[in-house]
Design a binder for this molecule. Structure first.
Ligand code: GLY
Length: 304
């Protein structure tokens, strides 16, 4: 069977200000280019989503990899997950502080381990055993984020600032892909929320919350405020709607309504099924996304 491949990525759902729009659109287009190189050569959906996410982890625009939000102790602490829709194999890492590309570590968990999830020091040891380089945490910290945390912490007591307001960046990144063999996969990577408590894990790296893939339903990656998304197991909720016969675009939009109505959450979601049908939705002012098929490249900040 040879299908037309498809790649869909997102670079976070929030009130992306005008002066950051171009960086976000460039970032998602670069991610698409990297993932598409894999798919057009007949590579797997799993490899494509990994390569697309690595590009966004390396791009300081996004809250993933280097340049992520800092936790309340001033450290970068990263979470990532990948899932293979053909086999339901999954690999996740959480609360890692010394891996620049946690999605690569998640891939190693998926491919090389009988386990599904590693956290903290154990995740870093596993990654190192698998040949991935470790780095100093300070190599992941950039001045923009030091200043953002300083401003947030110094204003927090005065203004009663809401860390989870949609105006505060939720630049979690993610990708879903369909390959020429008809298999789908999903990947999500994040630095989590600004000023989070050390050890706090969000939705992104939890199966069914920030990421899910099953050839029999759909591949999904979410972005936004993690705690509400986790409570609804939102990625799985959306893919179940596709399995029940609904279009991915309908399921994506309904997932955002459910998130808002049930737990007053905000964020975004991308969906792709093994027939190549896509869904893009968010209930924040903007979400950066890009979509590549054999004959077109599309990107934007609004839902489709
Ligand atoms: N969605 C990212 C987080 O809350 O950690």
């Amino acid at each position: 069977m040879s299908n037309n491949p498809i790649l869909l990525v997102h670079g976070g759902a929030w009130a992306i200000p005008g002066n950051m729009v171009e960086a976000h659109l460039n970032g998602v287009r670069n991610a698409i280019a990297a993932g598409w190189r894999v798919l057009e050569k007949g590579g797997t959906a799993l490899d494509a989503v990994e390569e697309a996410v690595v590009v966004m982890e390396d791009d300081e625009t996004f809250d993933a990899g280097r340049g992520s939000f800092l936790n309340r102790e001033g450290k970068v602490q990263l979470d990532a997950l990948m899932m293979d829709g053909a086999t339901l194999r999954a690999g996740g890492v959480g609360c890692v502080e010394h891996i620049a590309n946690p999605i690569r570590a998640a891939r190693k968990v998926l491919s090389e381990s009988p386990h599904v999830y590693f956290v903290g020091e154990g995740a870093e040891r596993f990654a190192q055993e698998q040949g991935l380089p470790l780095c100093e945490n300070k190599e992941l910290v950039i001045p923009r984020e030091v200043e953002r945390l300083r401003a947030f912490q110094s204003n927090a007591s005065k203004d009663n600032q809401d860390t989870f307001a949609p105006t505060i960046s939720h630049d979690t990144v993610g990708a879903v892909a369909l390959d020429t063999s008809g298999n789908i996969a999903a990947a999500t990577s994040t630095g989590g929320t600004l000023n989070k408590a050390p050890g706090r894990l969000g939705d992104s790296s939890l199966i069914g919350c920030g990421c899910y893939a099953d050839n029999q339903s759909a591949a999904a990656s979410t972005t936004g405020w993690g705690e509400p998304i986790m409570k609804l197991v939102l990625a799985k909720w959306a893919t179940d709607r596709v399995a029940s016969g609904n279009l991915p675009q309908w399921a994506a939009a309904e997932a955002m309504n459910y998130l808002k109505d049930r737990v007053n959450g905000h964020g975004g979601i991308i969906l792709l099924d093994s027939q190549g049908r896509t869904g893009i939705a968010h209930n924040t002012p903007r979400m950066a996304w890009a979509l590549r098929t054999s004959d077109r490249l599309d990107c934007g900040l609004e839902s489709k």
